[in-house]
Write a protein that binds this ligand. Structure first.
Ligand code: G3H
Ligand code: 13P
Ligand code: ZN
Length: 310
């Protein structure tokens, strides 16, 4: 099947009480690790490309690698999504350039400007068979090299107005998740504002909600990174049981990037510690790709619940 939009995936996920994994892709090994896991688990998947990924790997390379995955994984629906598009022009470029879904992220803009551009993106996207995610509220953490200290939780009172006026297809909300590998301070009890999620879901019945910043930062990876010469003390993520809870309700898309980075880095550090003479990239990228595949398999089956749903 060709690249699909997320419309059908989200409808089934909403009704079935599970979530679709949205994994960031930056190179071939990442695309392969994710999609091999999804193909084996018969899981629908969203592959997402950030502005930084396009700058690093080039739009066409990423598109063609994802199209290759579509051919190699004939049993599963795959959507190609722009992550955190910050302008109409960037979204348009990806819509014109073969993506099936785009995020317009106007969360840092004044509300009326966010509404205006999200609406413009939705109109253009829908005319081209592409779906749109937008965001209300702001995540703390690192995003495009900007570090926000404080969460700006989504105001549930805004969501109906925003969705109605913009016509977007899904909405990312801020309930205490954050980008990167340092989501909570050491000793701080991880907490998410499930009350906000419930309020939003009540106001938007049947509407797909997205959670960004949802890596769990598995401690086995952090320990391995640190054991083999890395320096990531106090890296902490979102507990898996919280993500399982969110996936049961209106949350249909869960974004994961940092866990991919960690899986790869841990595997490569371990490889070089054990085989210091290796210098063929295939020697260390192979276990790195396998680590991505194993990590994604675990997410699909034990966190997202989307295995067997293709
Ligand atoms: O939300 C941010 C994603 O992890 C993408 O990160 O902009 O460094 O590619 P990036
Ligand atoms: P993490 O940093 O928690 O993996 O979040 C990724 C994300 O939200 C991509 O948009
Ligand atoms: Zn994000």
């Amino acid at each position: 099947m060709p690249l699909v939009t997320s419309t059908e995936m989200f409808k089934k996920a909403y009704d079935g009480g599970y979530a679709i994994g949205a994994f960031n892709v930056n190179n071939m090994e990442i695309v392969q690790g994710i999609t091999e896991a999804c193909q084996e688990q018969k899981a629908p998947v969203i592959l997402q490309v950030s502005k930084g990924a396009r700058a690093y790997a080039n739009h066409t390379y990423l598109l063609k690698m994802v199209e290759a995955a579509v051919i190699e994984c004939p049993d599963i629906p795959i959507a190609l999504h722009l992550d955190h598009g910050n302008s109409f022009e960037l979204c348009k470029d990806c819509i014109d350039g073969g993506f099936t879904s785009v995020m317009f992220d106007g969360s840092a803009m004044p509300y009326e400007e966010n509404v205006k551009i999200a609406k413009q993106v939705a109109e253009y996207a829908h005319a081209h068979g592409v779906v749109v995610e937008a965001e209300l509220g702001q995540l703390a953490g690192v995003e495009d090299d900007v570090h926000a200290e404080e969460h700006q939780y989504t105001d549930p009172a805004q969501v109906e107005d925003f969705v109605t006026r913009t016509g977007v297809d899904s909405l990312a909300i801020a309930i205490g998740t954050s980008h990167g590998a340092y989501k909570f301070k050491p000793g701080q009890k991880p907490q998410l504002r499930f009350d906000i999620l419930e309020d939003v879901s009540r106001r938007l019945p049947g509407f797909p909600i997205v959670l960004h910043g949802s890596s769990s930062v598995p401690q086995e990876f952090v320990q391995k990174v640190n054991k083999y010469g890395g320096a990531m003390p106090d890296a902490i993520g979102i507990p898996e049981e919280m993500l399982r809870e969110a996936a049961k309700g209106a949350v249909c898309k869960i974004n994961i990037d940092s866990d991919i980075r960690l899986a790869i880095t841990a595997a490569i550090r371990e490889h070089f510690a054990e085989y210091p003479a290796d210098f063929d990239p295939r020697q260390y990228l192979k276990p790195a790709r396998q680590a991505v595949k194993d990590m994604v398999t675990h997410k699909l089956v034990n966190v997202l619940g989307c295995n067997g749903k293709a």
